[in-house]
Design a protein around this ligand. Structure first.
Ligand SMILES: *Cc1c(COP(=O)(O)O)cnc(C)c1O
Length: 225
């Protein structure tokens, strides 16, 4: 079942779009099923769960941290994480840079933009993001690579609202690509789209979709994976 879902989503993806299988709260046996179907990119949003899974699962898995990351926990994932999607403050980015330097790495990071109507979702506003970029502070952070943007649409059945939010995120991404990052070919990822809205996200320019439920089924939040 898991393997079949992986294969059917993979086959439906246009060139240039990659699937991150979001395995949070699901057991290692489920991840191995996806792995056997050829999946190598996995997403998690709890540091402890991620470090345990990283230790016991195959070493060629690329682990993406996709949720809200607390600064005091960055050190546990800095040695191995492939990409951090949820950079939502300069403070966090500075800590990632510091821990990445200690691990003698350069960690690929995505800036999380606030695009949803809900107050609760994390992320930069457009103004905050531009202010950080034009301040020149990024030049001082040599151990993080800003590879693009990430966003989560409003949790709604209104597909047009979701499309509008993805569309504006993509427009901002293109704007940054042509201005601030115009000489930086690493700035090329747009992480948007989940189980319910990834087809819209792809139409609106996503390069990384983060899909959990559609692959692994409902998460059971009552037991820790
Ligand atoms: C859990 C999660 C997903 C996956 O959500 P599904 O609806 O299960 O596909 C994607 N992105 C983030 C940031 C998540 O926390």
């Amino acid at each position: 079942m898991i393997g079949r879902q992986i294969k059917s989503i993979q086959q439906s993806l246009p060139e240039g779009v990659r699937l991150i299988a979001v395995s949070k709260f699901h057991p290692e046996s489920d991840i191995l099923e996806a792995y056997k179907a050829g999946q190598r990119l996995f997403g998690e949003n709890h540091v402890q769960e991620l470090t345990l899974k990283h230790e016991s699962l195959p070493a060629d898995i690329e682990w993406h941290f996709i949720g809200h990351l607390q600064t005091n926990k960055v050190k546990y994932i800095a040695p191995f994480v492939s990409m951090i999607h949820g950079i939502d403050s300069l403070k966090l980015l500075k800590v990632v840079d510091k821990e990445s330097a200690k691990a003698e790495r350069i960690i690929p990071c995505l800036l999380q933009m606030h695009i949803a109507q809900e107050e609760t979702k994390f992320g930069f506003s457009r103004e905050e993001c531009l202010e950080m970029l034009t301040s020149g502070i990024l030049n001082e952070l040599q151990h993080v690579q800003i590879c693009g943007l990430m966003g989560m649409a409003t949790n709604t059945d209104d597909a047009e609202q979701v499309r509008k939010e993805f569309h504006s995120l993509c427009a901002f991404f293109e704007e940054l690509k042509q201005t601030y990052f115009h000489e930086d070919s690493a700035f090329r990822e747009l992480s948007m789209g989940m189980s319910d809205d990834y087809p819209i996200a792809i139409e609106e320019g996503s390069t990384l979709i983060r899909v959990g439920t559609l692959i692994f089924g409902q998460r059971d939040y009552s037991k820790k994976a």
